[in-house]
Each structure stands twice: as structure tokens, then as C-alpha cells.
Design a protein around this ligand. Structure first.
Ligand code: NAP
Length: 285
């Protein structure tokens, strides 16, 4: 059995590959930049990308199960469809796709509409499939770490909503659990959340405790946030999605899910544990 992981140098793909390798599973990783492949010791590395069909065919040869992960991209739909069609042609029996809670044809957030279109495509395809839908990652807080160190302020367009933020390492652990026994998870969609819905006000309070000095939360208007990102040269499509992400979630989307614990047998990572694990990022020590 060979398991192919795409996005293997990223947060979720990397965590999945490491969890599978630790269990002795045969992992093949599609990697764009070989310099990053050293983080995947024990995996078979195939250099390539979603845009390079020949590299995909090489990577997909003899593969039984595939984890489909990629960075968000304005051409995500044609990119993913290209991989799906090649995987089906290669006879891959099971495809696990990283999607998102909030994926919807009607979402104003482009990446959520893209995920929905791709999830539907996978469901209608000839292979077995499993969809993993995480809520927002706790790791998104790391983007604010430098500003928190410098200004003592956590700025974000998250209003005061309570969101069950999930650790990306847990998403990888859930993906590994599915890939170790794909038949048991055929045709299932799992919603992956943290153990509790928390507001960014609560995140700021936890950061204050961690750092031993006040961290204040600034709830930024989404349009202002989008403008701030554009000034920092974030591409327009990305700035829009990041700034308006809260509009992707209806109230039921912010409920805590038991799926992670069912898949892995342990509770999801709590905010306090995440902050301790990434303490150096927030303290700069
Ligand atoms: N952030 C959130 O809160 C959140 C929540 C729910 C769902 N999601 C979903 O999670 C996914 C991203 O997962 P992640 O955070 O693990 O990603 P990530 O850390 O940003 O890593 C992205 C991976 O995709 C690879 N990649 C990018 N473009 C590629 C291409 N053209 N061909 C092949 N590989 C390519 C990257 O390779 P390089 O190392 O070479 O760049 C990297 O390995 C997205 O689909 C997003 O919608 C995110």
C-alpha cells in the first residue's frame, strides 16, 4: 500500500506525513521544493506540482490512497480537478480531501465556494472518498505573533464571535487516522474543531497570561482589514477572503464537533496547550 500526500511541506500535509511515518506507513510525498523535503525523513519524495501533469502521473503510479491538500489559490478548482482526474485514471482507490467547515456554493468567501465545488466533484467521482472539514486553525494566530510582541495588540477581523479553532496538527492526526484505514471512512465527512468555541477576546486574555503583560484584542472592520492586507501586497483575492472569512460561518458551523476524538481516541488540542507549544513565537525568546 502506498499513500501519496500532497501539500506535504505544509501544516496539515506535513503533520499527516509525520503521523503516518511514525506508524510505519509507506508514505510518498509530492514536493515542489526539494530543500523542504528533509523535514519528511522516511518518505519517498517525488518532485512536482499541481500544474505539472507529468510529475503528478509519476507521483500517482501505484498509489492506493491520496491526501489532497494544497494552498488556497485563485485557480484552485482547475488545479484540483486536474489532480482528481489523474488520480482516477491511475486507479487510486481512496481520496481524502482537506476541505473546510463553511464550504458552500453560496459562500461570499471564494475559497469556501471552491472547496464546495471540489467536494461535490470528489463525491461524484469513481473512487472512495473522505472529506475533512476543519474550522479555522489556531496556527493562524502565528501570523499575528510579531505584531503582538511589538505592540501588545492582537488585531483581526473576527468581531467577538466564539469559534471552535482547531490545531492544524490535529487535522493532520485525523487525516492519518483515516488514511491508515480508508475503507472504514469511505463516504464520510468529518468536521474537525477544537474542544471549545473561543472568542479572540479570550485568546487575548490567554496571551496576556502567557506573556505576563496585557495583550488587547482589536476587532478590525473587515473592509479596513482588507485594505491593510492590500497595502502589505497581499493579492486582492486573498485579502478579500482573509478579511471576510467570518461571513463563511453560520451559527451551526461554530458548534464543537466530536469527530476528532472519535477518529483519534483523544480530545483535540486546547488553546492553552497550543500557546505553550508555540510560546517562543509569541515571546520571541
Ligand atoms: N488556515 C485555516 O484556518 C484553514 C481552515 C480550514 C481549511 N483550510 C484549508 O487548508 C488548506 C491549506 O492547508 P495548510 O494550512 O496545511 O497549507 P500550507 O501550510 O499553506 O501548505 C500548502 C502546501 O501546498 C503546497 N503547494 C502550494 N501550491 C502548490 C502547487 N501548485 N502544487 C503542489 N503543491 C503546492 C505547498 O508547497 P510549498 O511548501 O512548496 O509552498 C505546501 O506544501 C487550504 O485548502 C485551506 O482552504 C485552512
Amino acid at each position: 500500500m502506498t499513500i501519496l500526500i500532497t501539500g506535504a511541506t505544509g501544516q496539515v500535509g506535513g503533520a499527516t506525513a509525520r503521523a503516518l511515518l511514525a506508524q510505519g506507513a509507506p508514505v510518498r510525498a509530492l514536493v515542489r521544493n526539494l530543500a523542504f523535503a528533509q523535514r519528511l525523513e522516511g518518505a519517498e519524495i517525488v518532485q512536482g506540482s499541481f500544474e505539472d501533469g507529468a510529475s503528478l502521473d509519476r507521483a500517482l503510479t501505484g498509489v492506493d490512497a491520496l491526501l489532497l491538500v494544497c494552498a488556497d489559490h485563485p485557480d484552485a478548482v482547475p488545479h484540483y480537478v486536474g489532480v482528481l482526474e489523474r488520480a482516477w485514471a491511475a486507479g487510486v482507490r481512496h481520496i481524502v480531501k482537506l476541505s473546510a467547515i463553511g464550504a458552500s456554493a453560496y459562500s461570499p468567501v471564494h475559497l469556501m465556494a471552491d472547496h464546495h465545488a471540489l467536494d461535490e466533484r470528489l463525491r461524484a467521482g469513481p473512487s472512495g472518498w473522505t472529506l475533512l472539514q476543519p474550522h479555522l486553525y489556531l496556527q493562524n494566530l502565528l501570523r499575528a505573533a510579531a505584531a503582538i510582541r511589538k505592540t501588545g495588540r492582537l488585531s483581526a477581523p473576527m468581531a467577538h464571535d466564539s469559534l471552535p479553532l482547531v490545531d492544524a496538527r490535529d487535522v493532520g492526526a485525523a487525516a492519518a487516522a483515516v488514511l491508515m484505514d480508508p475503507a472504514a471512512h469511505r463516504g464520510k465527512t468529518y468536521r474537525l474543531t477544537g474542544p471549545k468555541a473561543i472568542s479572540y477576546d479570550q485568546v487575548a486574555a490567554a496571551l496576556s497570561e502567557l506573556l505576563g503583560r496585557p495583550v488587547e484584542y482589536e476587532a478590525v472592520d473587515p473592509h479596513d482589514w482588507e485594505a491593510r492586507l492590500r497595502v502589505r501586497d497581499v493579492p486582492g483575492w486573498r485579502a478579500f477572503d482573509l478579511a471576510h472569512i467570518l461571513y463563511a460561518y453560520e451559527p451551526p458551523d461554530n458548534a464543537v464537533s466530536a469527530d476528532f476524538e472519535q477518529l483519534t481516541g483523544r480530545p483535540p488540542t486546547a488553546l492553552a496547550t497550543f500557546l505553550q507549544d508555540y510560546r517562543a513565537d509569541f515571546t520571541g525568546a
